[in-house]
Design a protein around this ligand. Sequence first.
Ligand SMILES: Cc1cc2nc3c(=O)[nH]c(=O)nc-3n(C[C@H](O)[C@H](O)[C@H](O)COP(=O)(O)OP(=O)(O)OC[C@H]3O[C@@H](n4cnc5c(N)ncnc54)[C@H](O)[C@@H]3O)c2cc1C
Length: 441
Amino acid sequence: MSTPPSPSSSHMPPPSRMSSSSSSSSSSSSPLQVAVIGAGVVGTAIALELRRRGAQVTLVDRDAPGSGCSAGNSGALSPGSVAPLALPGVLTSVPGMLKDSESPLYLPLTYLPFALPWLLRFVASARPDRVTEAARQLDAIHRGAIELHERMTREIGVPELFLRRGHLHLYPDEAALAKDGTGWRLRAEYGYRAEKLDRAGIEALEPQAPPRYRIGMYLADHATILNPRRYVEAMARAFAAAGGNVQRLDVTALRPADGGWTVQAAAQALRCDQVVVAAGAWSRALLDPLGEPLALESQRGYHVQFAGGRDVVSRTVVLADRKVFVTPMEDGLRAGGTVEIGGLARPPDPRRSAVLERIARDSFPALRDLPCGTWMGHRPCMPDSVPRIGPAPARPGLWLAVGHGHLGLTDSLPTALRIADAMLGREGRVPAQRVPVHSNP
Ligand SMILES: Cc1cc2nc3c(=O)[nH]c(=O)nc-3n(C[C@H](O)[C@H](O)[C@H](O)COP(=O)(O)OP(=O)(O)OC[C@H]3O[C@@H](n4cnc5c(N)ncnc54)[C@H](O)[C@@H]3O)c2cc1C
């Protein structure tokens, strides 16, 4: 695997203002003023990287940093996951997902009319040529992610959150493994080698692995973040300590103004030269009015987290036939997963977390008497699974870092480097990175 680009150091000189984005009111030598909307893992990583390169950055969120989708994910750093979600044959799963509220993929019938345009694009993305292209783009984004996170946890003072013990995917039999054949083929194509294990091999790694699993696929070089929310909080603290500004505002609109941008909130407006939209699944509310429509849909995911039980596994373990990720978080065992296409407005469906709880308790007897809490979050998903990262095609000074779907934790730091390289430059890399994000599929 290639070596990641090294993050810039915090003592680089301030950049000169970009000529294309100069605000008429400021001098050419003052630092670039950037507002980043959304303090999830993606926006916070971008804000920190831009600040390290000398920009004057305001990170804006209506909530505390790390309280959106980035709070409750499964912590898996999965660069090998280059297969998009929409794969050939996806249409056959639609009837099941409409009928069965316990299926790993669920779409309530009442939401179907709202989801239909996105679903049609999702199905179109499953064409073999589109899958090949999506995998190529995902690989390019994922490259080097693990090393970047390892370095980041050290730099921001939370090295204990980084666990490099690989990921173990478990299957009951060959038929179940074959269902994920495309994903494993694509991983291998892009150089991510998995070791195939029998039951003895599984037990050597994870003695408490549920007995029904007979085949393991072990990705030895993958890693885990043991508390995703605390990770974002630590990044936000590092950002503030480096002179970054964190503002708690609910942004209602973005408006081009005098060669820069106005970030409008209820009681306040901010002026900046450049604005980065990293508002996760809520980004459309800011982009649609600007004529930058994105085919973005929330894929609601859930987790249950047990008060204890973290020693039932020692690494990320995936119950692959159930699509459940089991993670030994620093504050208890987390079982996360499921996809529910149900929009941003409805409350969490307790049936979805009940399924996860039942699977976890059935799989690991040690969890049976432990209490657990539940959580639901909105994955920001594009139909082709490829996030949109870079300058908006027709809006100078507007940047997108949106649509990271199931892999936003993994891709947060590579995204931050891409945005910072394109906005502020890095010798020899600017022109290639200035290509606007590609349009919707
Ligand atoms: C169950 C589950 C498991 C997952 N597991 C993994 C995993 O193991 N590995 C992995 O890589 N990824 C995983 N993910 C995906 C990952 O969590 C997301 O891709 C990632 O968190 C998206 O980050 P984000 O910063 O784009 O969005 P968010 O974290 O949702 O942040 C967006 C922020 O924008 C703010 N915001 C939105 N609109 C406005 C506004 N108008 N004004 C002000 N603020 C606004 C929100 O308050 C929020 O804080 C998982 C997701 C789920 C649900």
